[in-house]
Structure formats: C-alpha cells, structure tokens
Design a binder for this molecule. Structure first.
Ligand SMILES: Cc1cc2nc3c(=O)[nH]c(=O)nc-3n(C[C@H](O)[C@H](O)[C@H](O)COP(=O)(O)OP(=O)(O)OC[C@H]3O[C@@H](n4cnc5c(N)ncnc54)[C@H](O)[C@@H]3O)c2cc1C
Length: 500
C-alpha cells in the first residue's frame, strides 16, 4: 500500500503520518502492533491511547479482586506463552502485556494520553485525518494515516451503566459503580450490597467478604457460574516433564478450546444435562440446605452469556461462610438506609455497588466522516465482523464473547495483515467493502444474534451496531470453531472488496 496524502500535507505533518494508526493499546491494540511488526515489516504505525498506560480493561478497572473470567492460555496471545494459573488478576495480566510490549520493542509505538476525537476519510487523498486531543487539551492535533485499525474495545471506560433506581437520591451511603472504583474506598466493617450477579459481582463478593460486616449479592435473576479449581492438571504434568513453555501454551490452548467446544455443543444439544452439571457443582460448595434452585438456576440456556468462571468456588465459599449472602428479588426503591425490595424485605447498606454492566462505546465515541458525510455505523454491513460496507481502509477488532476475546483478535490481526500485503501486491492503497448485486436482497440481521448471546449492554445498543447478512462474507457468527478456518481462507477477491 502506497502513501497517498499530498506532499505539502506530509511535510507539515511528517512525524504525525503513519501507514497505519491503531486506536487503543489494550489487548487488541498490542496484538495488532505485534502482527504489523511481524507480518508487514515495512509499514510505519503508531498506537493512540487515551489512557496514560497500556492494558485497556486491565488498566482502567481497579475494583477489589479484578481478574479474568476466562483462562489465560486462550485469553493470552498465541505468540507469548502464559505460565501462571489459568485465571489471572489484573496486575498479572498487565505484567504479561508489559512483557509482550518490551520483548517486541513495541512501547516506542504508543502515544499515551492521546484521545482520538474525530476521523475523517478523504477518497481524494486516500487518507484518514484524525483529530486527537493530547493530554486532555481542547485543541486537537492532527494525525494522518492510510489505514485505521480500531482496537478501542466495545464499552465506555469512563463510566459504567447504572439503571435509574427509584429513590437513589435518598440513600445516605455511597453508591459506586465498579468501573469507577475509588481506590481509597473503606469498606471495612461496613454493610455492602452488590447489585448484579455477573462476573464482576462474582469477583467482588469473595474479595470483599472477609472485610465487610456483611456483603449481599442482590440479583433480579440468577446467572450460571462454573466452579472449577484454578489450575490445569495437564499443564502441571507437562511442566514437571520440562516441556517448553511454548509447547505447554500451545497444548493448553488446544485443550481449553476442545473442552469449550464440547460445552458449547452441549448447551445446544443437551442444555438440561449441562445445567444439571453446573448446578451440581454449586450445590457441592453450598450444601444441601441452600436454595440453589432459587438463587443459581437461570431461566436462560447455559452459554447464552459468557460462563463466569468461579476459581476454586471462591464465591460459593464466601456465601457458605456466612459473610456473604445472595438475595433474588426486585428493587422497589432505594431508601435512606438501603434498598426496599418488592417482596417487602429491606436490605440495610452503607455502600451500594452497582455491578450493572457497561455502556457500549460505538467506535470509541469518535465522530466519523467519510468524504464529507457523517457516518451512520448502524447502517453499515459487517464484512466478517472486521470491515464495514462503505468505510474504506478501516478494520475493527471485535473479539469473541464466549471464547476468549483474544482468539478473535489473533484471527483479525492475521486477516488485516494479509489484506494490507495483498493491497501492496496489487499496487493499490484503498479497499472498501461493498454489497454485490446478489447480496442486496439479504435480510438485515443484528450484529450479534440475541438468541445466541443476550448480554444487556449489547441488546441496549444493537441498533447502533452494524448489521449482518445471511451469507459470507457478511456473517458474523461469533463461532471460533468456524472462523478459525473461514477467516484465514477468506477470498480477498470475491467481489465484495473494491480496490483502488
Ligand atoms: C472486568 C472485565 C473482565 C473481562 N474479562 C474477560 C475475560 O476474562 N475474557 C475475555 O475474553 N474478555 C473479558 N473481558 C472483555 C474485555 O474487555 C476484552 O476481552 C479485552 O480486554 C478487550 O481488549 P481490547 O484491547 O479490545 O479493548 P479494551 O480493553 O477496551 O481497550 C481499548 C483501549 O482503547 C482505548 N480507547 C478507546 N477509545 C479511544 C479513543 N477514542 N482514543 C484513544 N484510545 C481509545 C481505551 O482507553 C482502551 O485502553 C472483560 C471485560 C471486563 C470489563
């Protein structure tokens, strides 16, 4: 791909023009940078990151116990072995990411405290112009690039989602969203209620239970949890046999993926059997007198949301100890002293934590203009969920929601590098996905099928997300086992990609 901005622009901005600009230095941005360095050796690139450090999710979240809910063999990169226990804390993930940057000399490519505010594509110049706020300044600096690689994740880091709870203004204690956790919060000896029962609540409960007077997980409806030991026996055996870290990593990835495939298959073929097994594990920790049916038996099919892994059953153990409890009920109103429930019961609280999820951030809240026209992202068709119809030279890493996110970040990174190299071979510098005549009658389907995955943050904003069709390359299946061959073999000359 050739540089195609005009030379006067280039002279003015020599240091700010790159072949590729990556937005975000989280797991996906670092992976993109690694792949560019490895597979597109002649390309210049930089990562623009609004935070003052790398790691994205793992840098911005500070709540007690913050950890992954999937294993690090698959959540880690295929190119850097993971040597710790399967589930990792944020600081361990950040250490791993820091090593990934240092070992590959990638730190020099990151511009921290750089927030991309606008992105304007010019077909005339075959170039993106980004307006970037540096260090929070209102005056925007200009960066240009030929290809824009969006690795900004999918949710707004600056604030979480909190529904409007009636009476919340009356509550005399503190209301905290886990995404904006005050690091000096003192919860010792306090009564705490956590609203929600996702992976965040499952992390908070055991991490805080010993210090609080009591901690209650208040849920409207139950969630599935998979309680397992936080160790991998196969990995331990291979390590004893002095097998190399690289081999162990590769074997563990294959093992985890094979097991997950079985679980996914079972969730469709034998949902009742799978449900029984998951609840059986909960019962084992909680004891026969605990009402597992009421508090841990969801109405949906297992696997319609990511199965939250509870390492060593720690959340169940906290409940069993009596320091934590779970209440399944609906909030009537917040009161001065806590929460009144529809059942009439009242939960006293000094601190209420709203573990109620994310707000989607569509394309990093960046204003996109394509040749003077404001982009309506919700009207674009997703090309394998990576490129988008009518948007030239732009890719987005949207990972897997059930399998580890990074497994898709790997596939997308390989795909983008292959596309960039293909463009070079063709001697072109612009690629735009478009619908072939035969694609124009496709039904407009949601970006993520709610039957397949029903997380609230996605359902709330699905209309702002791209649409998918019913045939390749317009399908975004969220199925690693299909995409692991489909994406590497994708035909770049199937008539859906227009090159100039
Ligand atoms: C608490 C928590 C736990 C999770 N655990 C798992 C798990 O175990 N397994 C799993 O698969 N997934 C998990 N996820 C999902 C997780 O977000 C992803 O897996 C992964 O970390 C996403 O990486 P990313 O780099 O794509 O995005 P992010 O981590 O969101 O990073 C994006 C980066 O882009 C930056 N950015 C955004 N907009 C702009 C802009 N306009 N200008 C400049 N920079 C910008 C952000 O500051 C951020 O640093 C978890 C999510 C959360 C919140």
């Amino acid at each position: 791909m050739n540089v195609a901005v005009n030379s006067s622009q280039l002279n003015q901005q020599a240091e700010q023009h790159f072949d590729i600009l990556i937005v975000g230095a989280g797991i996906s941005g670092i992976n993109a940078a690694y792949h560019l360095k490895d597979q597109c050796k002649d390309k210049t690139f930089a990562m623009l990151e609004v935070q003052d450090s790398f790691g994205g999710t793992w840098h911005t979240h500070k709540y007690p116990g913050i950890r992954s809910d999937s294993d690090l063999y698959t959540f880690g990169y295929k190119w850097k072995p993971w040597s710790g226990p399967p589930i990792a804390k944020a600081d361990e993930i950040l250490k791993y990411l820091g090593e990934s940057l240092d070992e590959n000399d990638l730190q020099q490519h990151i511009r921290f405290s750089h927030q991309v505010k606008s992105a304007e594509w010019s077909t005339e110049n075959k170039c993106w112009t980004l307006g970037v706020s540096v260090g929070g300044s209102d005056e925007l600096q200009t960066f240009t690039c030929n290809f824009l690689w969006m690795c900004q994740g999918y949710y707004r880091h600056s604030e979480g989602y909190t529904p409007d709870f009636p009476g919340s203004e009356n509550f005399k204690g503190e209301i905290i969203h886990p995404q904006t956790w005050p690091e000096d919060l003192d919860y010792k000896g306090k009564k705490v209620v956590v609203i929600g029962s996702g992976a965040t609540a499952a992390t908070l409960i055991p991490s805080m239970a010993d210090d609080c007077e009591h901690i209650t997980m208040l849920q409207r409806s139950p969630t599935y949890f998979a309680a397992r030991p936080n160790k991998n026996e196969l990995v331990d055996t291979l390590r004893q046999l002095e097998v190399s870290d690289e081999w162990i990593h590769e074997i563990a990835r294959k093992q985890v993926l094979a097991e997950q495939k079985k679980v996914t298959h079972r969730s469709f073929e034998d949902p009742d059997g799978l449900k029984k097994d998951l609840l059986g594990a909960a019962k084992m920790f909680l004891g026969d007198d605990f009402d597992v049916d009421k508090h841990f038996t969801p109405s949906y099919r297992p696997w319609r949301q990511r199965l939250a892994f509870v390492p060593d059953g720690d959340m169940f153990k906290a409940i069993r100890s009596g320091n934590a409890s779970v209440v399944t009920d609906t909030i009537d109103t917040f009161t001065e002293a806590g929460i009144k429930l529809k059942s009439g019961e009242e939960l006293e609280a000094d601190i209420i934590i709203t573990a109620t999820g994310f707000n989607m951030s569509i394309l990093g809240d960046i204003e996109f203009i394509i040749d003077d026209e404001k982009l309506d992202f919700g009207k674009t068709w997703a090309h394998r969920g990576i490129l988008f119809s009518g948007i030239p030279n732009m890719a987005w890493v949207f990972g897997y929601l059930r399998t580890s996110w990074t497994m898709r970040s790997d596939l997308v990174s390989d795909f983008v590098c292959r596309l960039l190299n293909h463009m070079d071979e063709k001697g072109v510098n612009m690629v735009t996905p478009h619908l072939r005549e035969k694609d124009k009658s496709m039904p407009e389907l949601p970006f993520v099928d709610p039957e397949n995955f029903n997380a609230g943050y996605l359902l709330r904003d699905m209309d702002k997300m791209p649409i998918q069709g019913d045939r390749q390359p317009w399908v975004f299946s969220q199925d690693y086992y299909a995409e692991k061959t489909e994406i590497p073999e994708a035909d770049l000359e199937d008539g859906t990609l227009i090159y100039k």
